[in-house]
Design a protein around this ligand. Structure first.
Ligand SMILES: [Zn+2]
Ligand SMILES: [Zn+2]
Length: 478
């Protein structure tokens, strides 16, 4: 039998399993879309995926890294060990019916505005499909599906990486729902999420203002200091904040106040440097106002290091599978969603992503394109970055929403809950399955990916968890 015929057979096992089980995968993704559970509360979503993998013979370790909704599903024996990342958390305030007008199912409820309902399912489906092929062929190797909670709050993989959950995989691959079919080749911004608490002394603001020390004034002065700092920062650094406690009534000098910052930069070291400057500003604000301060370090993450060798494997398999094809029904919904975008939004989204301008003429993406964001740094963060500093990691995207759909929008919730997102999910499951097969069949690719990773890490320095010692994941009590 020639190599070519073998390859066709391999494709049939993986893609055939996904096609034969498409209805089932769609059902899982619909359930998770309806659960719409927030980070670290994804009890039903994580259980659903873990149960399905367990039924297929994967052994399940539930509640890893101190998070009840984080899990690892393992199948097989020996090397190579191929990791697959899956996410399933939703976003607050994005509850939305499957309709082309903004209409929540539950007012202020949560919704899958980032498509993690199809993200986790495609990753699990790809893991099972690849396992079917290994089983049939009697090929050694291990598949590890990492059930990663709380991506939206940049918590899950950071705590998992700190607890060495990814250490026993040789590489990891994943994908993300998008509006384009391509590799996700860009870097992302490293980040710290930190709350500064100020404590002063309360007094009657009219009768005895001299007796009080205002914690709110400390917050205001800190933010003025941060705003003056901006002039002296490199352009891609982003600092954004909300005042989460500014006191109560105006006639009471506030004795407690809090400001919450996200500090983002292209490199982890730049986040650390900027964060130290913010601590000095907090010290200054406390000194000026006679207050004290404490810091709640919420989380931090690394920038993404996309592995080129793995990226090529993903892109080749995406090309083999081809773009999802959308029918009249999908195109009608896609057109309605596109018509609901704010004026100029589609142009802004496409421009920000760095994708070619000619895509603006299309409603849905109907081809696989070469990476358009290689060497660029996207203006957002992902905790996949932390995995990428521990093991070689790459990710691709498929068309799961109309071109130009804003991220974290109600339109995105609709797209990823509809047949549009489901078709992108089926494509992604096939690509993941085929990529696992390719890596297990060609261990030299795994070795090359690891060489590239080692060289990069040698230049950049190793991974030091952004989390302070002993910090526990912020699991809400139920
Ligand atoms: Zn996401
Ligand atoms: Zn997101």
């Amino acid at each position: 039998m020639t190599k070519f015929i073998e390859k066709v057979k391999v494709n049939n096992v993986v893609t055939g399993w996904v096609d034969d089980h498409a209805e089932e995968l769609i059902d899982w993704s619909t359930k998770i879309w309806n659960y719409a559970e927030l980070g670290l509360q994804e009890y039903q979503s994580s259980k659903l995926l873990a149960k399905k993998l367990e039924k297929e013979g994967f052994s399940i370790e539930m509640g890893v890294a101190g998070m009840p909704t984080a899990f690892v599903a393992t199948w097989g024996k020996g090397k190579p060990v191929i990791g697959i990342l899956g996410e399933y958390d939703a976003l607050p305030g994005l509850s939305q019916k499957l309709a082309a007008t903004k209409e929540p199912i539950i007012p202020e409820g949560s919704g899958h505005g980032c498509g993690h309902n199809i993200y986790g399912v495609a990753a699990a489906g790809g893991a099972i499909a690849a396992k079917k092929w290994m089983e049939k062929e009697g090929i050694p190797g291990t598949i590890k599906f990492y059930g990663c909670p709380a991506e939206e709050t940049l918590v899950g993989k950071v705590f998992m990486a700190r607890d060495h959950v990814f250490d026993d995989a040789d590489v990891s691959i994943t994908w993300h729902p998008n509006s384009l079919n391509s590799l996700w080749a860009s870097r992302s911004l490293a980040m710290n999420s930190v709350k500064f608490n100020f404590y002063g002394k309360s007094s009657h603001a009219a009768a005895n203002p001299e007796a009080g020390n205002s914690a709110l004034k400390a917050v205001q002065l800190m933010d003025i200091g941060v705003n003056f700092l901006r002039e002296h920062l490199i352009d891609p650094i982003r600092i954004h904040s909300t005042i989460t406690n500014g006191g109560g009534a105006p006639n009471v000098v506030p004795d407690k106040a809090q400001i919450w910052y996200y500090i983002r930069a292209p490199h982890r070291s730049e986040v650390v440097e900027t964060y130290e400057k913010l601590i000095n500003i907090a010290k200054g604000a406390a000194l000026m106002t006679g207050t004290d301060y404490t810091i709640d370090f919420i989380t931090g993450c690394y920038d993404m290091l996309p592995n080129k060798v793995l990226g090529q494997v993903l892109l080749n398999n995406l090309k083999k599978v081809g773009a999802p094809s959308f029918d009249e029904h999908d195109m009608k919904l896609a057109k309605e969603l596109t018509d609901s975008f704010d004026q100029g939004m589609k142009e802004v989204v496409v421009k920000t992503s760095g994708a070619p301008n000619n895509l603006l003429d299309k409603i849905m993406h109907d081809e696989v394109i070469e990476p358009y964001d290689e060497g660029k740094c996207m203006s957002g963060s992902t905790d996949v970055g932390d995995v990428s500093w521990n093991i070689p990691t790459a990710q691709f995207t498929t068309a799961c929403a109309p071109i130009g759909t804003p991220g974290h929008s109600w339109q995105n919730v609709v797209a990823v809950g509809s047949t549009i997102g489901q078709k992108g999910m089926i494509t992604a499951a096939k690509v993941i399955g085929l990529s696992v097969v390719e890596l297990i069949e060609n261990p030299s690719l795994v070795a090359q990916a690891q060489d590239e990773f080692k060289n990069e890490i040698k230049q950049k320095g190793g991974y030091v968890s952004p989390l302070p010692d002993g910090l526990k994941p912020p699991v809400p009590s139920i």
